[in-house]
Design a binder for this molecule. Sequence first.
Ligand code: PLP
Length: 397
Amino acid sequence: MSQVKSKPLDAKMEKMGRDTRLGHIGSDPFDCHGFVNPPIVRGSTVLFPNAQTMATQNQAYTYGTHGTPTTTALGNAVNAMEGSAGTILVPSGLAAVTIPLLAFASAGDHVLIVDSLYGPTRRFADQMLKRLGVEVTYYAPDIGAAIEGLMRENTSIVFTESPGSNTFELQDIDAIAQIAHSRDAVVMMDNTWATPLFYRPLDHGVDISIHAATKYPAGHSDVLMGFVSANAATWERLDEAQTLLGTCVTSDDAYQVLRSLRSMGIRLDHHQKSALDIAHWLETQPAVAQVLHPGLESHPQHALFKRDFKGSSGLFSIVLKGGGLAEAHAFLDALQIFGLGYSWGGYESLAVHVSLADRTVTKGNYAGPLIRLQVGLENVEDLKDDLSCALTATKLG
Ligand SMILES: *Cc1c(COP(=O)(O)O)cnc(C)c1O
């Protein structure tokens, strides 16, 4: 029964629209007595019917750390979105960064990492990778094919993130991947901002696509998770690292994320529309020197954005027109709807003051403090009113 019902849909799924796919990927209702959603299977021990099956491990599930029907449903859904050979689900977005780096970097290797990356990724590289005998070089996000000049005999990984965290520089991933592959390096990309709905890393030559599922996939600021999706060439080694490290997720969390994936397309459309509306409006505000959003015509790499991305999400930054810490804090403290908090991708708007102190290659030359905004699902006019009051409180412009 399950095969009759599910197989024809699977075969046609690739050609269907984004939201149709999001509504059905990962599911096999007739494997669950017809229930639309998979069961939440809580489990450590899995029983084998006899000694021979146990000895050969010849069944779908063998132990809780190696997956459950619930985590399989989510993993299948992520593979369908990413076009990947396999996906591991890990306990946080940060783990989705650190586990593939651990899986592919060995003592004596050299690793290239983009300078505009998520701060905790840099701390992992500077502290743990270095301690493990891996040398790290940071490069400018706009390097493109010139990355060739930084490649060494022992460069094993080129790590990318586009747009860059907080400052939103884009990378020419296709150009970088081509050079990296000609030198047998593995290309990884933190694609949290765009999600696979707006950019599919594997289609651009990336080997390993990384996603903080805490953000848009979970979407409600209540679950921590990471997705790491690999192409056929890298899947075995990534999967092996997950087995060796035991960094699995619970079925409860997998269920929550699969539930939210169903609405990710329409949520992202709303985030995109509201964020672009607010970004355009902010460009006209006298207290704002600059808006850093790749979807704006004013973004220096807007052409690259249009070439590569199907859309933009709800996260961008503004540069205040002069001032310093006092003005940044005055802005943040005047906000009433935007919360002051880390993370993003949830339904509620957030703001943080950004520091570029850790950057070594591209500190940027900004007119004033940087504030990162996550535009949530609230009404745009209310968000503009909130921002307008906060800009007035800066006494700039
Ligand atoms: C938030 C974030 C992460 C880490 O995700 P957590 O689930 O918070 O650990 C990784 N990369 C980027 C780009 C992020 O924004």
